[in-house]
Design a protein around this ligand. Sequence first.
Ligand code: HEC
Length: 147
Amino acid sequence: MYKCKFVLILFFIIFPFFSYSNENATGIIKERMEKFQESKNLMRAINKNLSDSNFNVITESAEKLNKWANEMHKFFPKGSEASTSNKSQASANIWSDTEGFKKAIKTFENASAKLIKISKNKNIDNTFSSFREVAASCKGCHQKYRN
Ligand code: HEC
């Protein structure tokens, strides 16, 4: 019983420091992973709504992607690249080639902005090719900056 209490106390003493020191890296990596998962869902939603010619949902989804493109740079602080202790797939190239990474974000930002505009015209062919440009911008960045 005595031993048990001791361990418990030790746990409460150590735990706050432990979680504090890990919070930054884990927090931001987790957050960006969630954002990317959301991007995947938005792309699926756009794909589905293309076949239903539901242009309003496409515009709204593209707006969310564009908002994410605008804030993405804030989610990659130095020291948050993939390591054996985190689940990140962020390549070290992001920090060794910051200009290239910025460009890849810009390509995604422009492609999503274009999709917002084009989807409003409700032309299926143009919207589809604009959607493919967005998908290409995801892939282009992953090839260089995701492990
Ligand atoms: C400018 C670069 C860039 C763009 C653009 C980009 N991604 Fe990513 N993506 C990354 C990086 C880097 C990671 C790895 C993040 C990590 O694990 O820390 C990632 C991870 C992911 C993941 C895995 C998330 C997880 O849970 O581990 C998915 C899914 C994803 N991206 C989808 C997309 C989709 C869909 C798009 C386009 C709509 C997109 N990404 C655009 C760089 C990008």
